[in-house]
Design a protein around this ligand. Structure first.
Ligand code: CUK
Ligand code: CUA
Length: 665
């Protein structure tokens, strides 16, 4: 960057077109340099834009650009008709109704990450109705997350940040199938991994992982969730305490293994290059990670300089053995094993980490439901590299583990599966989903387009795609969701911040082809989703008080009262039911620390109460039989009506009592 670029001189301001052209040139350079040259403009699909006759690829790239006004004008011209532009022959088979009738239930639970909203969203599939939100890394008032003592402590001990960037939700497995116990999710922003308890749909653990920056890849170890793994994407000095700050050669990326029960970090492995997204095999041996920037540059030109990057396959039992044998260095209390290419543990025929060359800057790894292959999407290369997992153990040359490389289209990012041997890859630049035949791709020449069966347009620029139960050993092969980064013209404009567009595609009829059935606007910005048959989960409808016994009390009506516990401290216990609190009022003294405990003593499904204390920033959300606590200092003398926030009954508005704060005098 030249000095003048930093100058705010008006003459230096670039037009939107200039900015877009620069981006386009940069992207074209990157694409031209990958081993497989991209398809030439003109190979793509022609859109019905009349005289404009834009190539689809150009259109989509233009569409993705900031302020590309000319392309946008063309865009509004054909509006919603883009949905019909599939390249498949059919697309009108017998698609089951994705709408779920009033009062009926969905077949699947979907769990959506929510990106920089920091939460997890629960979505019914196939209706795509949002059922619930689970606050994870974000304080959230409706559910009281971060507004009662327990969740406040969780967020504080989990690093004390007030936001997160959640990308990759994972469901716990037993025998390779979802067991409905837990969901694990990463925070890319602050290098954390959290756990959601699926009995209560509530975050119950957040671990701030040491020695990392930007945990991006996150997955459980199949088939029995013995570990939760996380990848730090950004390379830093380790420990990152001020040493080597100007010495990027010394920066490293780290692979982390956590215990899913204690949520404590067990060990880490440092490697070359930037680790990215990961998945495991189905036998508890390999964790396979995409990676970029093996050049170890710190600027984009350096990061994309070389033709190759190395996928890293971590041999988990071997790493475990190295840890048991003391072959590590302890950093911030964590055993850190050297997994760099030069490590003595990686010499010879039995390395702890295999470095597998792929076309540069791949994006992702997703393992097939049968555990045979790991698919590595090319991102800058129009191919998907197919790694034969069995060969990870046997191949002398790591390059020989790649047994297929179909050419699927431009900007492949993520791959998912049905139960009939097909893979579905999202194409970010082409704005399409490519369906292809896995075994055909293994048999075909590398770079062949023959394995591709069909493509369908999506709107616009898809990231993750996910089919029902595709991350488990039991894929269903009926519904596919495509998480599109841009919605552009698909919905009523709502100001310059647009919703994303999640699209639902029916994939259950191979003869008729893929069928786009629904658009769903979503608040920014889910990255990934995972879907499970509804009957695999057994959520509680009321709290079971034995689940918090010993941690906090259960306050019955008789136990409601106030007790002075010190010169400047009181404990207030309140039972809660329709439509009253166990105390009509209570009096404390100015400056008292008030420890407030409230229990919703109702056992009725869906009868929740809140307890809000005005001007003390307190909100307890109380599900049936649940207890919550809040501690605060009553600094300001006066009368404070504490009131119920859930509309619980005809006397809801009357459901309030007084906290009286007397001047200390
Ligand atoms: S990443 Cu977002 S589109 Cu974080 Cu899974 Cu690929
Ligand atoms: Cu209780 Cu409203």
């Amino acid at each position: 960057m030249s000095d003048s670029d930093n100058c705010a001189d008006v003459d230096e301001m670039k037009s939107p077109d200039e900015i877009f052209e620069e981006y386009e040139a940069k992207l074209n350079d990157a694409l031209a340099e990958v081993e497989e040259p991209p398809e030439k403009p003109g190979d793509g699909i022609r859109l019905g834009l009349g005289d404009l006759s834009l190539d689809r690829r150009d259109f989509m790239k233009a569409g993705a650009a900031v302020g590309a006004t000319t392309a946008l004008a063309g865009c509004s011209g054909f509006g919603g008709s883009g949905g019909q532009g599939t390249t498949s022959s059919g697309g009108h088979g017998s698609v089951p109704d994705h709408k779920v009738a009033p009062g009926e239930h969905d077949e699947y639970y979907g769990f959506w990450s929510a990106g920089h909203s920091g939460e997890v969203r629960v979505v019914g599939v196939p209706s795509m109705r949002e059922l619930m939100r689970i606050p994870v890394f974000n304080p959230e008032s409706a559910r009281g997350h971060g507004f009662d003592d327990q969740s406040k402590r969780l967020l504080e001990e989990g690093g004390g940040y007030t936001w997160g960037d959640s990308h990759h939700p994972n469901l716990s497995e037993t025998d390779g199938e979802y067991d409905g116990e837990y969901l694990f999710i990463n925070d890319k922003a602050n290098g954390r991994i959290a756990r959601v308890n699926l009995k209560y749909f509530e975050t119950d653990a957040i671990t701030d992982v040491p020695n990392v920056q930007a945990i991006h890849g996150c997955c459980i170890q199949s088939p029995d969730t013995d570990y939760v793994f996380g990848n730090s994407e950004f390379r830093t000095p380790i420990p990152n305490d001020g040493r080597d700050v100007k010495n990027p050669d010394e920066y490293e990326s780290v692979f982390t293994a956590m215990d899913p029960e204690s949520m404590e970090v067990q060990w880490q492995v440092r490697v070359d290059g930037n680790l990215d997204i990961l998945d495991t095999d189905k036998d508890g041996r390999w964790a396979i990670s995409s990676a970029y920037n093996d050049e170890e540059g710190v600027e984009v030109e350096e990061m994309t300089h070389d033709d190759r990057d190395y996928v890293k396959a971590f041999d988990v039992p071997k790493i475990q053995k190295a840890v048991d044998n003391g072959n590590y260095e302890e950093v911030n209390g964590i055993p850190v094993v050297d997994g760099t290419q030069d490590s003595k543990l990686n010499q010879g025929s039995d390395p702890i980490v295999r470095y597998i060359p792929t076309p540069k800057s791949p994006h992702c790894v997703e393992v097939t439901p049968d555990g045979k292959y790991a698919m590595v999407a090319g991102k800058l290369s129009p191919t998907v590299s197919i790694i034969d997992i069995e060969k990870l153990d046997t191949a002398d040359d790591p390059a020989d583990t790649i047994v297929g490389q179909p050419k699927v289209g431009l900007g492949p990012l993520h791959t998912t599966y049905d139960d009939r041997g097909h893979a579905y890859t999202s194409l970010f630049i082409d704005s399409q989903v490519a369906k292809w035949d896995i075994e055909k791709a293994v048999e075909a020449e590398k770079g062949s387009t023959d394995p591709v069966i069909e493509k369908i347009d999506v709107h616009y620029n898809p990231g993750h795609i996910q089919a029902t139960q595709a991350m488990s050993a039991d894929p269903q092969g009926d519904w596919l969701v495509v998480l599109n980064k841009l919605s552009k013209d698909r919905f009523l404009p709502v100001g310059p911040v647009h919703p994303d567009n999640d699209q639902l595609i029916y994939i259950g009829d191979d003869a008729a082809g893929m069928e786009l059935v629904a658009d769903e606007p979503v608040y920014p910005e889910p990255h990934d989703a995972i879907m499970v048959e509804a009957d695999k989960l057994d959520p509680a409808t009321v709290w079971d008080e034995s689940d918090y016994e010993g941690e906090k009390p259960y306050i019955s009506e008789d136990e409601s009262g106030i007790e002075r516990t010190g010169e400047k401290s009181v404990e207030v216990n309140v039972s809660v039911k329709r439509s009253e609190y166990g105390l009509r009022d209570f009096t404390v003294k100015e400056g008292d620390e008030v420890k407030l405990t409230a229990t919703n003593i109702e056992g009725s499904r869906d009868i929740l109460h809140g307890l809000a204390v005005p001007q003390y920033d307190v909100h307890l959300a109380l599900a049936p039989k649940d207890t919550r606590q809040a501690t605060f200092t009553a600094d300001d003398p006066g009368v404070y009506w504490f009131y119920c926030t859930y509309f619980c009954s005809a006397l809801h508005l009357e459901m309030r009592s007084r906290m009286i704060v007397e001047p200390r005098g």
